[in-house]
Each structure stands twice: as structure tokens, then as C-alpha cells.
Design a protein around this ligand. Structure first.
Ligand code: ADP
Ligand code: MG
Length: 818
């Protein structure tokens, strides 16, 4: 027998061996999340909740008191600790998973209902993943109120847990398959009973046999009406309670009407068939359509889920490391920073951490799309969600759970999918009005046909109208396309996070690049030093090292790398005070060294000139790399010549972007010779050198003033203001923290060739959305008159409706193709 979860009542997957101790007995739980929640409930002395609750309370519709009691538990800080985050202004934020969403129109309803609660700040519902992100003020509204509001609207909600979502999906899918199979079987049976009545004319079948045929069809349609069609009634009832029209309403009305007419005809012996077999066919096609829709929707929208699922639920914890390497199984959600774990080859690393021992190769493809393995050994950093391939690694946890880089990526993806561009919002609103219009239209159509023909004709024409005009395709058109496009890009290490990012990306005219670290590798090296004053080379490097000690700038890193042991030693004797780091200029400080106090500066020529006086003659005019100067109050002392390499793939990227008709610019604070050389090598359209941060801003604004849409690509380290000013921004995250900057597009992969692919994908997504919307509107515009004038039967209507949704979905799925 299958075990069910002590806390939530879902089936416990076979591989899961988790339990909580309650009343001296181990109770199984389905996931680490439930285990943690149940444990905190029991620890808080609230275990009686589990006794009060009726057997399968979590599964069945809960009676109100119990619902309340259960929901109130979510207000406990211990329970919230696992899934609620506290943001700015003490706002709380949580992701909830929803059950019972059947069509895109539900999304609007839930959002409206929640936003009406005072204290709820933001609601982003993602139709593709059935997840909702809620932001609220804890002082004004409790999480239990939010959950209660969702439940009383007719849906279920629970804190999001990827493993549980999977279990829920499987249960839903199983139920769906059973419904579909029953509908299919019953359809065949009712058809069998119906066919003889088609073949023979009136009076040709003996009344007794005719009775058997009619009653047989009636019995075979009962499971369809009372079981298969349940989701439609539920949806319609919910809509009715909320006083609005959703997509289930017309369908539920159609089923009930047809069934009632069938019974009437049976009772009065009117002998006009078609009712029962129509119902079963209708439901078979509708369920079939929805089933395929579900599959396609999940295929399109589960990029984030795929990533969440990367992290295993369990790991091998080395509790007594380094004294002993004995491993015990531990739930990943319970890991804390500092815990040491063993990751065997073939396993996914569950945390962000540092390798303590072992040597291996790690595949980061799931995260960055980069499939070349990366070598890892002691002291290297590893990231959650990457695959350990060759040998075992012992890893010290630095970040686990919601703080890992992977979790930030998932959050970005979620946010992207939850945010609706204007087109999608419009389509949703339009779809819900359309349903209302359709219901209103059905009344005169029914009356008209009743007067003109008869009740029988009027009935099936109205039913066909109700079914065929359901605007499912319309509301699916945008979200599925966006989900598919973002999902495909995520697989390549491109995260789209802004609300309109994909749409704007499709319309850009100009791409502005930052130079260092974006077009070039950003790993500079000092190739030569040139003396400009009396200071020796070793001393110059020692002072430069002391000045740059705390700087993150690529030039600073190059200087730090270039200094040898001797200079490191000397730099320790140099006392640096009042260090000032001027972004885009360089560093200056008061330096006490060899019994003398002087102001020193290191950076671009004009900056150093502010302290050292007049500029010297430029040395090495032919040098095409960067150059920085060191000087003190006595004058310029040294010039450092630096080299950087163009990133692999940059020339291909440039060629591809040009082929897309884009104008390319490079902006840099570096000296003219270096920037000009780079622009020339890559044959970019325009460049601007020696640009201060504010010049970069002006440059982008000037382009926008010409009416051009600008994509700015940078490393997000010192160009955040420019990134924010551009129409769309892309940050090359490389190893950096993805969540730090607010870029619309984050490139996790260092290979810049994904950029033109991203632009191409954005353009394709825009085309697909336009096609989908056009197709869906055209379908509805044609279907309505056809149905009104009686050209479609109910089952053709069901087929048409389902097919129109599938066309839209199929079109959207094209975006998944690589
Ligand atoms: P980019 O536009 O290439 O990102 P920045 O705006 O960061 O360049 O810097 C512009 C110039 O300022 C650099 O080329 C360098 O000459 C000087 N500079 C900035 N920060 C530093 C530093 N920490 N050390 C030395 N030089 C610096
Ligand atoms: Mg920069």
C-alpha cells in the first residue's frame, strides 16, 4: 500500500524515507519541506492539530474550522522560516503553488482577489507554472489571510516546494488520464448505441430495441456527466460565486443543457438522439485538448522548475569531518553554512561552497549552457546545481537553500515568467469580456432558432456556440510563447528578467558595449613599465600594489598579479592613508613611506596630472593596450602598459549582430589609442574613449534622443547607471553574483555568441506572439457566425476549440527549438 504524507496527505514517493516522530510513532512525510513544517508544528506544542483533523483532511475539501486551524499554522515564525523572505521595508515575500487553475482567466481572478486585501503589495501569478509570488506587509495582513482568500476563491495554495509540485503534478496528471480514458470508453459505447439509430429511418427499429439503444446510451453517458465533467462544473461554480464568467462557464452550461434535453427526449420518447453521444464526444475532445495543453504548457514553462529540481533532496553529510569521514544522509534543506558534505561522482552539488579535498571535473551546463567541464580541486568554489563528474569531492557549505546562486537564478526566472507584458494583460482582459459577450449572445440565438426552427435545433446550435467560441487560444497566445522563449534561453545560460525585456529586445537598433570584461577578457596583464621620473621599477610596483590593495578594478587586479614577493614585502612597509577610489579615474592616497609623506595617484593621465602637474610626453605612442600612470607631488613617475585579449567568440558575435542590422558601439574610460584599436579590430560602427561614467550616460541618452532603442551590455560592476538608462540592459555575469544588479538580461555564460541568439529569439518570440494573437482572434471571429447560423455540431465545436488552442501552443513550442 502506498503511504501518504502525515502533513499534507499526498502520496509519499518510494525513494523518500522521511518521517516525524509524533505520539511515539514515526509518521511518513512526502518531502523535507513537510517534514520541517510538521516538526515545527509538533515542537511548538501544536501537535493536537493532527488529531483534530479528520482522516484525509488535507486531501478532501476541509471544513472551515480545520482550514483555518491549518492555515494559521503558516503564521508561525518557525514554519515561515523556510519559505518566507523579509525584504526592504519589512515586507514579506513568498512563493506559493496553486492548485485548481484550469485556464488563464483564473489568473486574473486570483490577482484581483489578493490585491483587494489591505496590506498585500504585489501579486505575480505565473500561469505556466501555477506559482504565485506574493509580497505583503506583515503588520497589516497575515499569511494565513492570504491563503484563506485563495482557498475561499476556490483554489488551493501551499508554500512552494519543487519536489511537492512534482508529486502534485503527477497526481493531477493521473486523474486527468483516468478522466480522459473514461470519456473515451463511454464515447465509444454511446456511439455503438447511437449508430443503429442513424442507419435506420424512423420506425424501422422496433420500439423495444429502440428503447434499449436509448437507455443504453443514457447509462453510458452518466460517468461522463458525473465524473469526467467535474472540473468544468467546479470551475463554473467558482466563477459564479465570484460573479464573473470564465472559460468553464459556457462549457458547463452546454453540458448541463444537452444532458437535460437528452433526458427530456428520453422521458417523452421523442426519439431524437444525438444528445448523449454528443456529450461524450464533446468531453472527450475537450479533455483531450486540455491534456495536451497541460503537457505543452509544462514543457514551455518549467525552466525554473527544472533548475530547482536539479538540487537533490538529500546529501551525504560528514558531521565529524576532518576527524572522521563517516557520512550520514541529511536533508539538503537543513544544511547550514559550515556543514561539510561529500559529493560523489555523478551527483549534483547541492550547495554553494568550497572544495576541501578531492579532485574532479564539474559540468555547469545546466546552469550556464556551457558544456565543457571545469576542473575543481581544493579551495576552488563550486555552485549548487552543477554536476560532479569524475571523482568524489568534499565540500564545505557556504550558502545553502534560498541563498545559493541557483536559487537567485530561479527567482529571476520566476519573476520573469510572472511578469506580464502589456499584450498579455490585454489579451486576458479581452478574453474574459469575450466569454461574457458569448453568454449574452447565446440567449437571443437560442430564442431565435426556437422560433425559426424547433427546440432541438436551437439547443444544439446554442451548445455549439457556447463551446466553439471559448477564447482559450486567445489567453494562451502570449504566456506560452513567452514561457517557451525564456525557457529555451535559460537552457543556454541567458536569463531574461525584466517585464518587457523580450519585447524591447526585439526592437533594438543599437548595441552599446562596455569594453573591459565585456568585449575583452578583462584579465589584463602588465606588459611593461616605463620610468618617467626617478622612481625605480620595483619601487613603483610596490607603491602601486599598496595603492590598489583593496581595489576590484581589472587594472588593479593586473597590478596585484604582476608584483613579486619582494614588492609584496615592500608594500607592507608603505602606510596608505585616506585612500580615495574615484570610479573611472583611478586611486589616490596619502602615503607614508621611507620617512616621507606624499600624495600619490594611480590612474588615467588627467587624473594623475591633478596631483603630479603637467603631463609628460606620452611614452610608447604605438602601444594599443591600456596605460595607467603613477605619480606623486614631485611629478609623474611611472607608466604601466597593460594588455588585454579580445574574448573568444567576440568577432563572431559582432558579425552576427551586424547581420541582424544593428549598429554597434563601444564605450570605455580607457585611452583613445586602446579603444580605437579595439573598435577597428572588431570593425564596430562607433566608439567613445576616455569616457567618464557620466559621459557614458550622455552617450546613450543622445542615441535615444535620435529615436533609437539601445541595448547596453556591460559587466554590471561600475556601469550600473548606464545599464539602467538603456532601453534594455544585459549584464555579463560570468562568475559574479547574478542577483546583484537589476539588468534585464543576465548572461551566465562567458561566451558572447549567445547575445545575437538572444536577439534572434526575442524577435522570433515577438513574431510568434503576433501570429498567435492574430490566429486566435481570427478563429473566434469566424467561429461565432458559423455557430450562430448553425453550421457546426457540438462535437465539431469541441474539436475546433481544442484544435485552436493546440495551434497556438504548437506555434509557441517552436520557440523551444534550439
Ligand atoms: P571601462 O570603461 O573600461 O570600464 P573605467 O571607467 O572603469 O573603464 O576606468 C577608466 C579608466 O580609469 C581606466 O582605463 C584607468 O585608466 C582608470 N582607472 C579606473 N580605476 C582605476 C584603478 N583602480 N586603478 C588604476 N586606474 C584606474
Ligand atoms: Mg567597466
Amino acid at each position: 500500500m502506498k503511504e501518504t504524507c502525515f502533513h499534507c496527505g499526498l502520496d509519499v514517493p518510494e525513494s523518500v524515507k522521511l518521517s516525524v516522530e509524533f505520539e511515539e510513532r514515526a509518521r511518513p512525510t512526502c518531502c523535507a519541506g513537510c517534514q520541517a513544517v510538521a516538526q515545527s508544528i509538533i515542537d511548538a506544542g501544536l501537535g493536537s492539530y493532527y488529531k483534530q483533523r479528520t482522516a484525509d483532511a488535507a486531501k478532501a475539501a476541509l471544513p472551515p474550522d480545520e482550514v483555518l486551524a491549518q492555515l494559521k499554522l503558516y503564521d508561525l515564525p518557525e514554519v515561515q522560516a523556510d519559505f518566507v523572505e523579509t525584504g526592504a521595508d519589512n515586507q514579506k515575500e513568498a512563493v506559493l503553488m496553486l492548485g485548481g487553475i484550469t485556464c488563464a482567466a483564473c489568473v486574473w481572478l486570483i490577482e484581483q482577489q489578493l490585491l483587494r486585501l489591505p496590506g498585500v503589495v504585489r501579486v505575480d501569478l505565473n500561469y505556466s507554472t501555477h506559482r504565485v509570488r506574493v509580497v505583503w506587509h506583515d503588520t497589516q495582513v497575515a499569511l494565513s489571510d492570504i491563503l484563506l482568500r485563495i482557498q475561499s476563491t476556490g483554489y488551493t495554495a501551499a508554500p512552494y516546494d519543487a519536489h511537492k509540485v512534482e508529486a502534485q503534478h503527477q497526481q493531477e496528471r493521473k486523474q486527468f488520464i483516468v478522466r480522459l480514458a473514461v470519456a473515451g470508453l463511454c464515447m465509444m459505447q454511446t456511439m455503438m448505441f447511437a449508430i443503429p439509430t442513424y442507419l435506420y429511418g424512423e420506425g424501422e427499429i422496433e420500439p423495444l430495441y429502440l428503447g434499449i439503444l436509448h437507455w443504453g446510451a443514457f447509462i453510458m453517458v452518466l460517468p461522463v456527466v458525473f465524473y469526467c465533467a467535474l472540473p468544468f462544473y467546479r470551475g463554473a461554480w467558482r466563477d459564479l460565486k465570484n460573479r464573473r464568467a470564465g472559460m468553464d462557464t459556457p462549457i458547463a452550461i452546454a453540458i448541463v443543457m444537452t444532458f437535460a434535453a437528452g433526458i427530456y427526449s428520453l422521458a417523452t420518447n421523442a426519439g431524437q438522439g444525438m444528445y448523449f453521444e454528443s456529450i461524450s464526444m464533446l468531453l472527450f475532445f475537450l479533455l483531450g485538448g486540455r491534456f495536451m495543453e497541460q503537457i505543452a504548457r509544462r514543457k514551455a514553462g518549467d525552466a525554473a522548475e527544472r533548475l530547482v529540481k536539479l538540487v537533490p533532496a538529500f546529501c551525504h553529510k560528514l558531521a565529524a569531518y576532518p576527524e572522521s569521514e563517516a557520512a550520514e544522509e541529511a536533508a539538503v534543506v537543513k544544511l547550514q553554512s559550515g556543514d561539510v558534505i561529500l559529493v560523489k561522482p555523478g551527483e549534483v552539488i547541492p550547495v554553494d561552497g568550497v572544495v576541501l579535498a578531492g579532485e574532479s571535473e564539474v559540468n555547469e551546463a545546466m546552469l550556464t549552457g556551457e558544456s565543457l567541464p571545469v576542473a575543481k580541486r581544493a579551495e576552488d568554489k563550486v555552485t549548487a546545481g552543477t554536476l560532479n563528474t569524475v571523482g568524489p569531492l568534499i565540500v564545505r557549505t557556504e550558502q545553502a537553500g534560498g541563498n545559493t546562486r541557483l536559487a537567485h537564478i530561479v527567482k529571476l526566472l520566476d519573476r520573469a515568467l510572472a511578469q506580464k507584458p502589456r499584450v498579455a494583460e490585454l489579451a486576458e482582459k479581452y478574453a474574459s469580456r469575450f466569454v461574457l459577450g458569448e453568454l449574452l449572445l447565446a440567449v437571443p440565438v437560442f430564442i431565435g432558432w426556437m422560433v425559426y426552427a424547433d427546440a432541438h435545433t436551437a439547443l444544439w446550435i446554442t451548445v455549439a456556440l457556447l463551446v466553439i467560441t471559448c477564447p482559450c487560444a486567445l489567453s494562451l497566445a502570449t504566456p506560452t510563447a513567452l514561457a517557451a522563449a525564456t525557457g529555451m534561453l535559460a537552457g543556454r545560460g541567458v536569463l531574461i528578467s525584466g517585464k518587457q525585456s523580450l519585447e524591447t529586445l526585439a526592437q533594438i537598433d543599437d548595441v552599446v558595449f562596455d569594453k573591459t570584461g565585456t568585449l575583452t577578457k578583462g584579465e589584463l596583464s602588465v606588459s611593461r613599465t616605463v620610468a618617467l621620473g626617478s622612481l625605480g621599477e620595483a619601487d613603483a610596483l610596490a607603491v602601486a600594489r599598496a595603492l590598489e590593495a583593496q581595489s576590484e578594478h581589472p587594472i588593479a587586479r593586473a597590478i596585484l598579479r604582476h608584483t613579486g614577493a619582494e614588492q609584496v614585502h615592500e608594500a607592507d612597509n608603505i602606510k596608505v592613508m585616506q585612500r580615495v577610489n574615484r570610479i573611472g579615474h583611478g586611486v589616490s592616497a596619502q602615503v607614508e613611506w621611507r620617512g616621507e609623506t606624499q600624495i600619490w595617484a594611480l590612474g588615467r593621465a588627467e587624473f594623475v596630472a591633478g596631483i603630479s602637474g603637467s603631463l609628460p610626453d606620452m611614452p610608447e605612442a604605438s602601444h594599443t593596450g591600456s596605460m595607467v600612470f603613477l605619480g606623486n607631488q614631485r611629478g609623474f613617475q611611472t607608466a604601466f602598459l597593460l594588455e588585454d585579449e579580445i574574448k573568444d567568440g567576440t568577432p563572431e558575435m559582432v558579425a552576427a549582430l551586424k547581420a541582424q542590422g544593428l549598429r554597434l558601439h563601444v564605450l570605455s574610460g580607457d585611452r583613445s589609442a586602446a579603444v580605437a584599436h579595439l573598435a577597428d579590430t572588431l570593425s564596430l560602427d562607433a566608439y567613445r574613449a576616455e569616457a567618464l561614467p557620466e559621459d557614458k550616460l550622455t552617450y546613450v541618452e543622445a542615441l535615444q534622443a535620435e529615436g533609437r532603442k539601445v541595448l547596453m551590455v556591460g559587466d554590471g560592476i561600475n556601469d550600473a547607471p548606464v545599464l539602467a538608462r538603456a532601453d534594455v540592459s544585459a549584464a555579463v555575469a560570468g562568475g559574479a553574483d547574478v542577483a546583484r544588479d537589476g539588468a534585464d538580461v543576465v548572461l551566465l555564460n562567458d561566451d558572447m555568441r549567445v547575445l545575437p541568439q538572444t536577439v534572434a529569439q526575442a524577435r522570433k518570440a515577438r513574431r510568434v506572439i503576433a501570429q498567435n494573437l492574430r490566429w486566435a482572434s481570427a478563429y473566434n471571429l469566424i467561429a461565432v457566425p458559423l455557430a450562430v447560423f448553425g453550421f457546426v455540431t457540438p462535437w465539431i465545436a469541441a474539436l475546433g476549440m481544442s484544435l485552436s488552442s493546440l495551434v497556438v501552443l504548437g506555434n509557441a513550442l517552436r520557440l523551444l527549438k534550439k
